[in-house]
Write a protein that binds this ligand. Structure first.
Ligand code: 13P
Ligand code: SF4
Length: 358
């Protein structure tokens, strides 16, 4: 879902108009005093946005009041990368996590890129270093490296191509290679292997800390041990429990969930793909196995559809990005994200190669 709003759409709105708009969308489950406070903050942000000639990009996991009041564009990682690459605004405020802001800087280096909180990391991005990738390339010479976009710039710089959850299988297939290194999300890699009919090996960490790959078995993909700390929490037992209560529920799982969970779900796709699925189908009820805030955002956008909630946990990193932090980001021009030029140039090759695939 990439809602194309022009900046003036919101910068012309008064506090009262923003409050009324939020009330209509999320008033059912948000206390009135909270809506009033957030409408004031949103109005301030929208005015600062004009003064700074800024664009605000909001990931689908942003909390509902922020999601519905300040971004010029909302969407998934791939979508927002494209928007960041194309913007002619002086400043990009990324309401998402650090690897996303870095990707914006990689693709549009002359803009000032701001991340409202430096605590907005990602367990996947933290799971691998550039040194790890260099060691893998030495261990499997000549094998192309696909890095999930949920990695930091120095890891992207060591990679041949990036992917997101919406194009991972297409990227792997585009390489036409017998063997591919796919980093760092073990579950996404296993899901791609299943979708493309490939065999995968994933390292085991020996007690002395060294990494061991069992290369005696058949393999075409080489994975890593990264996990999303949110999606790894969903289980097949959760799905069975919900289905036993609501046999007609349609269950959607993000591909960062385990392969068992993805297999037990009815549909798997990126955050945008899940949103589209709900918009374009007519099921008695839906359950999204992904970050909780997105469930609220989808429910607000589809008031005629019944959305079940299985809110396990909010992403602690996405959760850092609040309206207050976004206001301060524009007010004090913090926190600027920069990428050393030699790393940026090499990382840009991998990201642009992905974007060219679509
Ligand atoms: P999407 O690319 O599907 O938006 O996912 C990003 C992410 O961080 C999921 O946890
Ligand atoms: Fe990273 Fe998972 Fe949070 Fe997405 S939901 S930013 S993959 S920790």
């Amino acid at each position: 879902m990439s809602k194309t709003l022009t900046v003036t759409d919101r910068t012309r709105m008064s506090v009262e108009e923003i409050y009324q708009d939020l009330k209509a969308r999320i008033g059912e489950y948000t206390p009135d005093f909270e809506l009033r406070v957030k409408a004031e903050l949103a109005c301030e942000i929208n005015q600062l946005k004009v003064q700074r000639n800024a664009v605000i990009l909001g990931h689908n996991y942003m909390e509902p009041a922020l999601f519905h009041s300040v971004p010029d564009f909302v969407g998934d990682s791939l979508d927002l990368s494209r928007k960041a690459a194309r913007t002619d605004k002086d400043v990009i405020v990324f309401c998402g996590v650090k690897f996303m802001a870095e990707t914006a800087k990689i693709l549009n280096p002359t803009r000032t890129v701001l991340l409202p909180s430096l605590k907005a990391g990602c367990s996947l991005a933290a799971s691998i270093t550039a040194e790890d990738v260099r060691a893998l390339k030495a261990r499997f010479p000549g094998v192309p490296v696909v890095s999930y976009v949920n990695t930091y710039a120095d890891v992207k710089a060591e990679s041949d191509i990036c992917c997101t959850s919406s194009n991972a299988a297409a990227v792997v297939q585009s390489l036409g290679s017998d063997t591919v290194i796919f980093l760092p999300d073990e579950y996404l890699a296993r899901n791609v292997a299943r979708e493309t009919g490939k065999h995968i090996i994933v390292p085991t960490r020996l007690p002395n800390g060294t990494i061991h790959f069992d290369t005696t078995v058949d393999f075409q993909m080489i994975g890593w041990n990264g996990r999303c700390e949110v999606h790894e929490q969903f289980t097949v037992a959760d799905i069975e429990m919900v289905r036993s209560q609501f046999p007609d529920v349609v269950i959607l799982a993000h591909p960062e969930c385990s392969p068992e969970v993805v297999a037990a779900a009815d549909f798997s796709g990126s955050t945008n793909a899940m949103i589209r699925f709900v918009e374009q189908t007519k099921a008695p009820r839906y359950l999204l196995l992904t970050e909780c805030a997105m469930g609220e955002n989808v429910a607000a956008a589809n008031p005629d559809k019944e959305m079940l909630r299985l809110c396990m946990v909010r992403c602690p990193h996405m959760n850092q990005i609040t309206l207050e932090m976004t206001r301060d980001s524009l007010l004090y021009m913090q926190y600027e994200i920069n990428v050393p030029e030699d790393i940026r140039v090499r990382a840009a090759r991998a990201v642009e190669r992905m974007i060219a695939i679509g």
